[in-house]
Design a protein around this ligand. Structure first.
Ligand SMILES: C[S@@+](CC[C@H](N)C(=O)[O-])C[C@H]1O[C@@H](n2cnc3c(N)ncnc32)[C@H](O)[C@@H]1O
Length: 257
């Protein structure tokens, strides 16, 4: 799916906050190899590199447009174009970080098993994923995709959320690590703009839908989506819109003691 860095960056402040919360939630001393899966435009990979300047840091993404932006950031980071589902590290990984990316992959039991197998003896797997698929921003998009006007084009791209329940991640991880910390946070984003929620979703969840439609059909789908979504997220008196967004965090640590 071709990602649009500019659309994604429209809300870079509120999109970055959960990643910073994730980064603050774990510590690892002197990691040698740090990997950012689904690194996008690389701004978080650069934070990882600053935090552990002696480590070899690699960002992996399958979008050449996002990686092109990342490459402008830091020449000391290795930027790798590749699919997370096929990825095999060069060495055991000490920090395996992934923010807002793994929910794009299917089969999380298989995925988590593969990721945990890449970890070194003293390491951390730190993941944040949107867990918002029950909210109007998402189910309105899916319901609209079933409308006769767009159904044929959109049927192949509508997918069930692959994000599991917290206890399922706990059970998948517990046999392989020493501690697992899992939590959900609902961020109450206050957004500016007439179509703030639609603009946000357009940069992520709606992308595959819009990409699957021709320009004219994408415009009509988006305008219908905007109109339906505004009923669920009415503007506040000052013109801003409150957008509740739930995210799931997983921090699994291995300790060599
Ligand atoms: C929502 S962006 C998040 C980017 C970055 N981690 C951040 O938090 O700003 C999701 C990123 O995951 C990447 N991605 C999605 N599926 C992927 C896959 N199967 N393999 C590699 N990258 C993938 C996309 O290209 C995109 O750059």
């Amino acid at each position: 799916m071709p990602w649009d860095p500019d659309q994604y960056e429209l809300f870079s402040g509120p999109r970055t906050r959960p990643a910073l919360d994730l980064l603050r939630s774990f510590g690892v001393s002197d990691p040698e190899y740090v990997v950012d899966l689904g690194c996008g435009i690389g701004h978080l990979t650069a934070i990882l590199a600053k935090r552990w300047p002696a480590a070899r840091v690699e960002g992996i993404d399958n979008s050449s447009t996002m990686l092109a932006r990342a490459r402008e950031l830091d020449a000391n980071i290795t930027w790798t174009c590749g699919d997370i589902s096929q990825w095999e590290p060069e060495a055991p990984v000490d920090v395996l970080f992934s923010n807002a990316a793994l929910h794009w992959l299917d089969d999380h039991p298989g995925l988590i098993g593969r990721l945990v197998a890449t970890l070194s003896r003293e390491s951390v797997l730190a993941v944040q994923m949107p867990d918002n698929h029950r909210e109007p921003s998402h189910h309105v998009a899916v319901r609209l995709a079933g409308h006769p006007r767009w159904r044929r084009a959109l049927e192949p791209v509508v997918r069930e959320s692959s994000v599991l329940k917290p206890d399922e991640y706990l059970q998948l991880l517990q046999p392989y690590v020493d501690t697992v910390d899992i939590w959900r946070t609902t961020y109450l984003h206050v957004l500016d703009g007439e179509h703030a929620v639609a603009d946000w979703v357009q940069g992520s969840f709606l992308k595959p839908f819009l990409d699957a439609l021709g320009v004219e059909e994408a415009d009509s789908y988006l305008s219908e989506y905007r109109s339906r979504i505004s009923r669920h997220y009415p503007a506040l008196p000052d013109g801003t819109t409150l957008f509740p967004f739930t995210r799931l965090f997983i921090v699994a640590q291995r300790r060599n003691d």
